[in-house]
Design a protein around this ligand. Sequence first.
Ligand SMILES: N[C@@H](CCC(=O)N[C@@H](CS)C(=O)NCC(=O)O)C(=O)O
Length: 240
Amino acid sequence: MSLEMYLDLLSQPCRSVYIFAKKNNIQFDYKKIALFEGQQYTEEFGKVSMLRKVPAIRDGDFCLAESIAIMMYLAEKFHTPDHWYPVDLKKRAKVNEYLSWQHSAMRIHGSKILWFRLLIPAMGVEIPKEKMDLALEDLNESLNLVEQNFLQDKPFICGDQISLADLVAIVEIMQPVGAGLDVFEDRPKLRAWKDRVRESIGAELFDEAHQSILSAQEMVETMEPGKMAPFKPKVLKYFL
Ligand SMILES: N[C@@H](CCC(=O)N[C@@H](CS)C(=O)NCC(=O)O)C(=O)O
């Protein structure tokens, strides 16, 4: 049975897994789980992901959730080039350092901007200015840390070559871009790194994977009224 990947490319962890698999020529069956259609709640998907979140994979009778765990599994199973997830103890530890940090920092703050600027207003709720200001402050702090502490003056976060740290970082940073925020404005170093990462991944694959997030504003504008209503209580409880 072939490797199945359950994804919605609006989701940042899904884009990381998708790009990683495609870039490394890992063959898989793409199973779209449309989050705004509520497909994560189907009985069938519950058999793949006990967490009912994407990304998730099924490899034969083995199911796995969590993007980072999935990419580590794929890196080891398919022996992807060493620079992605180096075998060297200290190099791997530096990749792990970013991957451990991002969950509660870059990922959450980048994603919050997409919800605050685009998706929550589409539910008919305006975000109070002070909450938006705080969210932008958190985002900027995380961007500063990526730029000044993780990247420093190196071409990539862990040295001369792209690793899982850069891949995960860039897809997180693209999330607020989907809400129309140019996070690269006044950040030439970050922009140059983004261009290097895009080139290393391949511009075509990078752009294809980001197509749905970069058209998120259009998606919201053309959405049927009430489409987001079922998600509203959960989303507001989580974010506000
Ligand atoms: N830490 C997880 C996060 C997974 C996650 O939160 N996925 C979201 C999309 S970004 C999801 O499936 N949400 C569906 C829901 O909560 O109903 C990972 O890195 O894979």
